[in-house]
Write a protein that binds this ligand. Structure first.
Ligand code: ATP
Ligand code: MG
Length: 526
């Protein structure tokens, strides 16, 4: 073979490499369809997670690649797919519209609007599944994400970029905590933007509902709307009325929206409500696809799936824009069993958990946070210093209180020290009782904690503590704004500031005892 022949062979090989994919590999036929999963023959060139389009325009995603067929989950609602019809694969991975235009909108798992407000005005689109940012792109959390819920901000603080699990049985207030946090972000965003502070960074929220009833979702949207939270929020719905595919895909699509904020140097918060239902949806799809089932019939890669999802939350390094994505996944337990398969998986891939206890909830301790087993492993680094100054001892006091309480039930004689400990603990429990939709600013929380821990409620009966705290809150908000602003601005207590706080606390005590003596006064106790 001469040199010329060799060159010709090389050129031919290069031209062959440039030829488009054989068209027959991109067109297939539906072999079977049922339960939102289609089996397609003929798509020999398809890759995992690639989008396919059916004849009626419905879209699906390739999940199982087998020797002679492809398993596809159907993502469009109300699709009319028939056996034998043509299916095309376009070579693109499933993507989601992203950008500021999504704020205020409710979309389904593939980014189609479900709020009847017309087209989404998207900046661009992002693939729904992406490899999480590597360690060189990240930095540790340094800025708090205030939930407005005292028990959390003081004891289990969350930092921007953190993953904090909210876990508990049915109806223990899991969603309430997440929604309060979203509403608090909107409140803080409005204040921050109005202040004109150039360093202020708003937090945009994304709420993903998985397997919830349409009516519940509608109610939630209405609530967020009425609180002005939708100005800074997006709702992504993988509802119960849709097939399991929507529920399976929704968290990934929603994360893509969050990643866009993060990649553009902004802060975002994402709530997955909830990942137990997500696991069930994935199990259902996997069983239909005849994948081998593992523990509790969940497919073996469910752990990988959830860790890959939550890994996408991050606090980016300043060299990469300094944006962040904070994740609040929610998990439902059965009869408080945190050692079940899905809960243990997710506990191990988050930076802490807020555990809600149904017994506390039923006793009226709401939010029903079990302080003993709730932790935040990274958030304290981002906590405002004043919180650490006033709340340092709270967890310990509460722990001792719960322990002592079981002894005290026997009615034996208690020494003075034990009685004091029980009183202190009970006061803190009362202090942490907080209504829904009543977020408190950091400064207000710090003042209230400082007062209770400093013994300023010592003369008030434990059973009246909650009412007295509310009284103090109202008084501070109406009469002591400059002091609250000073606490917020300094972020740290010093002798001078504490003196002012002491003077305010003394003044409040007089007013409170006066109001108590005249219950018809302005004070509201409950
Ligand atoms: P599910 O398991 O059904 O998703 P959940 O754990 O998300 O329930 P929520 O729906 O948030 O719980 O709350 C359950 C009920 O408790 C609701 O009626 C809610 O209004 C009430 N609730 C939640 N938090 C509080 C609170 N801090 N104070 C008073 N009521 C509350
Ligand atoms: Mg809920």
């Amino acid at each position: 073979m001469g040199k010329g022949d060799e060159l010709l062979r090389q050129i031919r090989a290069e031209i062959d490499g440039l030829k488009p994919r054989a068209i027959e590999g991109n067109v297939g036929r539906v072999l079977a369809i049922g339960d939102g999963v289609a089996r397609i023959g003929g798509l020999s060139q398809i890759s995992l997670n690639e989008v396919v389009v059916f004849q009626d325009g419905s879209r699906g995603m390739a999940l199982n690649l087998e020797d002679d067929s492809v398993g596809v989950v159907v993502l469009s609602e109300g699709s009319q797919i028939a056996v034998g019809e043509e299916v095309r694969a376009g070579g693109s991975l499933l993507s989601m519209p992203v950008g500021m235009g999504l704020l205020g909108r409710a979309v389904n798992a593939i980014g189609q609007p479900i709020d009847g407000r017309g087209e989404i005005n998207a900046t661009t689109s992002y693939p729904i599944d992406k490899v999480a940012r590597g360690i060189v792109h990240r930095q540790s959390v340094s800025k708090p994400l205030q939930t407005g819920i005292m028990a959390i901000d003081s004891m289990i603080p969350i930092g921007r970029g953190q993953r904090e699990l909210i876990i508990g049985d049915r109806s223990t207030g899991k969603t309430a905590i997440a929604i309060d946090t979203i509403i608090n972000q909107a409140r803080l965003n409005k204040l921050g933007i109005a202040s004109g502070d150039k360093n202020f960074r708003p937090v945009y929220s994304i709420y993903v509902s998985i397997g919830q009833k349409r009516s519940d979702l509608a109610r939630l949207l209405q609530l967020l709307e009425s609180k002005g939270a939708m100005d800074y929020a997006v709702v992504v719905a993988g509802g119960a009325s849709e097939n399991a595919a929507g529920q399976y895909v929704a968290p990934y699509s929603a994360t893509a929206i969050g990643e866009w904020f993060m990649d553009n140097g902004m802060d975002a918060l994402i709530v997955y409500d909830d990942l137990s239902k997500h696991a069930v949806a994935y199990r259902q799809i996997s069983l239909i696809l005849k994948r081998p089932a593992g523990r509790q019939a969940y497919p073996g890669d469910i752990f990988y799936l959830h860790s890959r999802l939550l890994e996408r939350a991050a606090k980016l390094h300043n060299d990469f824009g300094g944006g962040s994505l904070t994740a609040l996944p929610i998990v439902e337990t059965q009869a408080g069993d945190v050692a079940a398969y899905i809960p243990t998986n997710i506990i191990s891939i988050t930076d802490g958990q807020i555990y809600l206890d149904s017994e506390l909830f039923n006793r009226g301790v709401r939010p029903a946070i079990a302080t003993g087993i709730s932790v935040s492993r990274v958030g304290s680094a981002a906590q405002i210093k004043a919180f650490r100054q006033v709340a340092g001892k709270i967890k310990l006091t509460l722990g001792q209180y719960y322990e002592m309480q079981s002894f005290a039930q026997f009615g034996s004689e208690l020494d003075q020290r034990t009685r004091q400990l029980l009183d202190d603990g009970a006061r803190i429990v009362e202090l942490f009782k907080q209504d829904q939709l009543a977020p408190r600013s950091a400064a207000l929380q710090i003042f209230l904690l400082w007062s209770v821990m400093g013994g300023h409620f010592g003369e008030i009966d434990v059973s009246e503590t909650h009412g007295a705290v509310r009284h103090m809150e109202e008084w501070l908000l109406s009469m002591q704004q400059p002091l609250l602003e000073e606490i917020a601005a300094k972020g740290e207590l010093n002798d001078k500031l504490e003196k002012k706080m002491l003077a305010a606390a003394e003044q409040w005590k007089k007013i409170h005892s006066h109001d108590r003596a005249q219950p018809s006064g302005t004070a509201k106790t409950c």
